[in-house]
Design a protein around this ligand. Structure first.
Ligand SMILES: [Fe+2]
Ligand SMILES: [Fe+2]
Length: 275
């Protein structure tokens, strides 16, 4: 039984619309933050929300937004970042066309030496070891690009038969002109091929150096391709040196012979990169 003063105060409060206290509201009130006075979630309930936000979807009122996700820290960011940068379409096109034109060029080189060797060696037997050495290296280059073309499913040049006929004809005709003309042919072809490989190596290094600067890894396949191109480039330049040592520049007329062959090589490279 309340004293009369209390009953009067209670009646006055009800007339003013003050609701009765409930056990639930008093429970939240007991967890209010001492600094901001806002109600706080019980700790166990909060842990359940973090683990499974949907567990409170039905019980969370519109005025109580779900807790934000925890901010990512530096360790998580490094785990999410891919180790290798995916190739752009332009880079894929460059690599496909590089493998295609290299395979074509090595096929042509193999056929040039194959056509030259019997004719040159018949007249100059002492050149047999040199011709065999250069031919064998070209066969090795061709095998390398045959494997890479198959591995990366790159379409070979559509003009394979055309290049085969032209390369064989070039090798045979220069050999028939004499040892100097055969060597001038090697000088011209290897000058263009060396320049061509240098361009590819430069482009690959620009691409992979940019990745390294951005913090990406360069996969072993591209590292290996770069070193393969460097090795083959060096062997082509070695052939060029052999040709010059064996009187390539005594061919008559040297400027015309090498000029025509170099132009033909550049045209063949341009076409093979695309067709
Ligand atoms: Fe080669
Ligand atoms: Fe070569």
């Amino acid at each position: 039984m309340l004293p009369p003063t209390s009953r009067a105060l209670l009646r006055t409060a009800r007339r003013a619309g003050v609701p009765r206290a409930s056990p639930l509201s008093s429970s939240f009130a007991s967890r209010s933050c001492p600094q901001c006075s806002l109600s706080t979630f019980p700790a166990r309930r909060l842990a359940a929300v973090v683990n499974d936000p949907s567990s409170v979807a039905g019980s969370t009122s519109a005025s109580t937004p779900p807790p934000p996700p925890p901010p990512p820290n530096a360790a998580d960011a490094s785990e999410v970042k891919p180790k290798r940068k995916p190739l752009t379409q332009e880079q894929k096109n460059f690599l496909s066309s590089a493998l295609r034109v290299n395979q074509t060029g090595e096929l042509a080189a193999t056929l040039i030496y194959a056509a030259q060797t019997p004719v040159v060696v018949r007249q100059h037997p002492h050149l047999r070891p040199l011709m065999k050495h250069m031919y064998n290296q070209e066969v090795g280059h061709l095998k390398t690009f045959n494997k890479l073309i198959a591995k990366h499913r790159v379409r070979p040049t559509a003009l394979y038969p055309v290049w085969s006929v032209l390369a064989t004809g070039l090798g045979w005709s220069t050999a028939m002109l004499g040892r100097e003309a055969a060597m001038a042919c090697t000088e011209a072809v290897e000058t263009e091929i060396g320049t061509h490989y240098n361009g590819q190596i430069r482009e690959l290094l620009e691409m992979t150096d940019a990745w390294k600067e951005e913090g990406y890894e360069v996969g072993p396949e591209l590292e290996e391709l770069t070193s393969t191109l460097r090795r083959i480039r060096d062997e082509e330049l070695e052939h060029l040196d052999h040709a010059v040592e064996h009187d390539a520049q005594k061919a008559e007329p040297h400027w015309l012979l090498t000029g025509v062959i170099r132009l033909g090589c550049r045209s063949a490279i341009w076409v093979s990169e695309r067709v």
